[in-house]
Write a protein that binds this ligand. Structure first.
Ligand code: NAD
Length: 303
């Protein structure tokens, strides 16, 4: 049974959509939840705000939560959010970086301001929240952090250069933090959801809207922040389907020094890009080691 008794979670952008579903699911399993959403009022939250309504839903179901409005793009506010959480409940076990916005336009038309706005919320917002909780998790020797990436970042999508860049950057952030957090009991994963929310309003075919509920994704998010979570994993989820996305590399082709030309790369392209013997790589240095091993075996150099 996956439970969160005595665990404290912060969910950003949890006033609606996926964040709300994650917050409700965590609270239902015993987590104390900070429901963050955008705003400038800090601890003061109007009862009719979306975040306050999510808190009321959690409390009505017997759970514990409080709302904290702030822009995750503003580090000072995020530090205050984290301080308020620690003051109230003494610890932070789980961070779900979920807050997000879209400013979709083709690359030719998107302004640099619109590009930066998206990076500020998705990438820097996640960096800010993670930076602010990290020392608490290190001190506890325990933490679970979830990034929200997207198929747009992993596979690409027309009109989302800003969003795709931000979402892909979150995978890079996860990769490094999972390595840095490993010996500190901190596991870092990424969720790539697809759901019908205000963000995707008008973008998803009407006949499949009913399948793509935020609630169909929450079990994956909850698992990724549980004690049993993997680390450095991208879980894609939608319509009740869960799948793991991987970054892999083809086996590789060694070109001898006197045959290293663009023409040789072109001539061997079928082999270079052959996916039949793909490998996973644990870290950047592991890749370097693998190349050095292949090259030294080819030239008969003992390592
Ligand atoms: P949503 O618009 O319903 O939820 C996003 C929430 O983030 C909103 O409540 C919004 O007010 C809040 N928010 C925006 N800017 C903020 C800020 N600066 N600080 C704090 N809160 C802020 O959209 P959603 O579909 O539930 O998206 C949740 C996350 O999932 C996003 O990161 C989104 O990019 C990601 N995602 C969604 C889909 C999808 O199909 N819905 C697909 C891939 C990724």
């Amino acid at each position: 049974m996956i439970e969160f008794d005595n665990r404290v979670a912060i969910v950003t952008g949890a006033g609606g959509g996926l964040g709300r579903a994650h917050a409700l699911a965590l609270a239902a399993r015993g987590a104390k939840v900070v429901v963050n959403d955008v705003g400038t009022t800090g601890g003061v939250v109007g009862a009719d705000s979306p975040a306050a309504r999510v808190v009321a839903e959690i409390e009505d179901a017997g759970g514990e939560a409080f709302a904290y409005l702030c822009d995750v793009g503003d580090f000072d506010s995020v530090e205050q959010l984290v301080a308020a959480t620690v003051q109230r409940w003494g610890r932070i076990d789980i961070l779900v970086n979920n807050a997000g916005i879209l400013r979709d336009k083709s690359f030719a038309k998107v302004s640099l301001d619109e590009f930066r706005q998206v990076l500020d919320v998705h990438l820097m917002g996640s960096v800010h929240c993670t930076k602010a909780v990290w020392p608490h998790m290190v001190a506890q020797g325990y933490g679970r952090i979830l990034m929200t990436t997207s198929a747009s970042g992993i596979y690409g999508n027309f009109g989302q250069a800003n969003y795709g860049a931000a979402k892909s950057a979150l995978v890079g952030l996860m990769n490094v933090l999972a390595i840095e957090g490993e010996r500190k009991g901190i596991r870092v994963n990424a969720l790539a959801p697809t759901a019908a929310t205000q963000m995707t309003d008008g973008l998803i075919d009407e006949d499949i809207l009913g399948l793509l509920t935020p609630e169909s994704i929450a079990p994956g998010a909850v698992f990724l922040v549980s004690e049993r979570a993997p680390t450095k994993t991208i879980l894609a989820a939608g319509a009740g389907v869960f799948a793991v996305a991987h970054m892999k590399e083809t086996a590789g082709v060694y070109l001898a020094e006197d045959a290293r030309s663009p023409e040789a790369v072109a001539a061997r392209w079928a082999e270079i890009s052959d996916t039949s013997e793909q490998v996973s790589t644990a870290s950047a240095f592991d890749q370097t080691k693998r190349y050095a091993e292949i090259a030294s075996a080819e030239i008969g150099l003992a390592l």
